[in-house]
Design a binder for this molecule. Sequence first.
Ligand SMILES: Nc1ncnc2c1ncn2[C@@H]1O[C@H](COP(=O)(O)OP(=O)(O)O)[C@@H](O)[C@H]1O
Ligand SMILES: [Mg+2]
Length: 237
Amino acid sequence: MTLDAPNPTGETLQKAAIRATDLCFAWSEDKEILHSCAVEVPEGEFWMLLGANGSGKSTLLRLLAGLLQPTGGEIQISSPVGFVFQNPDHQLVMPTVGADVAFGLVNEGLEIDEIRQRVEESLSAVSLGAFQRRPIYALSGGQKQRVAIAGAIARHCDVLLLDEPTALLDPDSQLELVAQVQALVKKRGITALWVTHRLEELEYCDGAFLLEAGKVVDRGDPERLKQRLMQTEEVED
Ligand SMILES: Nc1ncnc2c1ncn2[C@@H]1O[C@H](COP(=O)(O)OP(=O)(O)O)[C@@H](O)[C@H]1O
Ligand SMILES: [Mg+2]
């Protein structure tokens, strides 16, 4: 499914693969977490979602993935959707790399040869082609995140949602992962939304949203948002 965005002159603007309007979410009546959020990510682009701890980033991502139901507003998203969690140990369930990626395909009703081919191809895409038989416990944090991403690629996901995938990584693996996801998005026409609070990751994305206390308060050029956030940090210091 892709989403057309007709403008008033009738021309079709760039298609959005993720679009949410007026999105609201509350755990209880007196605790609204998201207030009328709007996000739109054009097909084939890599966008980031920034915001302080507790601003609602994970909640927004879970709503987009359909893991939570909104209390108001609308979501349109191209499917299938892949989700990468902050902690890969909460996501990888099988003992070895190849088995984990194959496990994600269980419900697809595929022939065994097709499964084998998709596992090989998706692991090569994240530079883990030689790791099929490797036990999960023997991997580094960055390698585990790449196995989770391979799982989404094997399922031929249109959209990839990543919730602070670099939070537990050292600085080198962090930048390696963001560069790899950027390259994958461009090569495969995947649309990705990546949650982070690390400003140095911003230079890899096409655009970004800034979430403050459950509201999207700014969006667009990553460099401009970076400057805005650096000024805020200086004021807070
Ligand atoms: N299961 C939950 N029940 C109640 N409140 C929650 C739950 N999960 C998150 N929250 C609250 O929702 C707010 C936003 O959380 P979250 O989306 O995790 O923020 P972020 O990812 O930006 O750190 C926080 O105030 C958090 O305490
Ligand atoms: Mg979070």
